[in-house]
Design a protein around this ligand. Structure first.
Ligand SMILES: [Zn+2]
Ligand SMILES: [Zn+2]
Length: 219
C-alpha cells in the first residue's frame, strides 16, 4: 500500500467531491467553535468575524462615539455636501424640528396609507411642502426620479453627439444649419441651446446628410 493512501484506494476518500450544480444548495459554513465574547464577564458568543457578542459590540461602538464625540461632530461639520444634499438635509432638519414642536404631523403614506412613513420633497427648497411615503413607495419614487435623471443624461449625450457632428462640417454649412435650427421646427424661432434648437439642428443635419448622400447638395 502506498504511503498516505486510503485502505480502499483513492476512490474511497471520505471527502466526497461536490458536483458544480450542487454548490448552490449548500448552506454557508458555520463556525464550528463557539468563540466567547471578548468582554470581561460576558457569557455571550462573539459575532462571526468580531470580538464581541452583538449587545457588547453595540455598547462598545456607543462608548467609542461618546469618547470621540467632539472629533465626530467636527468631521460631520467639515463634510462637503452638494447643493441638493444640503437642501434635503435642511428640509429634514426643518421637519424634525416641527414634528418635535408638535406643529407638524406625519400623514399616512399618500399612496397606500401605511402609518410608517418617510418624508419626501418635490422641491426640498420648500420644506413645509413635505410628502409622506412608506419605505416601499419612497423607494419607488426615488427609482422613478433616477429614471428621469438617466433620461436627461441620455438626451444630453445625444445633443453632444449632434454638436460633434455639426463641428465636422464646413463653416458655411454649420452657419446654415445653425440658422435653420434657430428658426425652430415650425419657423416660430427658438432659443439657442434649447431642446427645440437641438431637435431642429438634428433634423437639419439629417437633411444635409441626405442631400450629400443623394449627391444633390454640391451639385
Ligand atoms: Zn458580550
Ligand atoms: Zn405606501
Amino acid at each position: 500500500m502506498k504511503r498516505g493512501g486510503h485502505p480502499g484506494g483513492p476512490e474511497a476518500s471520505p471527502v466526497r467531491k461536490i458536483a458544480p450544480d450542487e454548490l448552490d444548495e449548500l448552506t454557508p459554513p458555520r463556525p464550528l467553535l463557539r468563540r466567547p465574547c471578548g468582554k470581561k464577564g460576558c457569557r455571550g458568543t462573539a459575532r462571526p468575524g468580531g470580538r464581541y457578542c452583538r449587545p457588547c459590540a453595540t455598547e462598545a461602538v456607543r462608548r467609542w462615539r461618546d469618547r470621540h464625540a467632539t472629533a465626530i461632530a467636527e468631521r460631520e461639520r467639515a463634510r462637503q455636501f452638494s447643493e441638493d444634499q444640503q437642501l434635503i438635509r435642511n428640509a429634514r432638519a426643518y421637519v424634525a424640528e416641527y414634528l418635535k414642536r408638535g406643529k407638524l404631523w406625519k400623514d399616512p403614506c399618500e399612496i397606500c396609507g401605511k402609518r410608517d412613513v418617510l418624508a419626501a420633497w418635490d422641491d426640498p427648497g420648500k420644506p413645509q411642502a413635505v410628502r409622506w411615503l412608506c419605505s416601499e413607495h419612497y423607494a419607488e419614487r426615488r427609482e422613478a426620479k433616477r429614471d428621469v435623471q438617466e433620461a436627461r443624461v441620455a438626451i444630453a449625450g445625444e445633443w453632444a453627439e449632434v454638436r460633434r457632428q455639426l463641428l465636422l462640417l464646413p463653416t458655411e454649412v454649420q452657419r446654415e444649419v445653425h440658422e435653420a435650427a434657430l428658426r425652430g421646427p415650425a419657423g416660430q424661432g427658438v432659443r439657442p441651446e434649447s431642446v427645440f434648437y437641438w431637435w431642429t439642428l438634428r433634423r437639419e443635419l439629417n437633411r444635409y446628410a441626405d442631400r450629400v448622400n443623394s449627391g444633390g447638395f454640391w451639385g
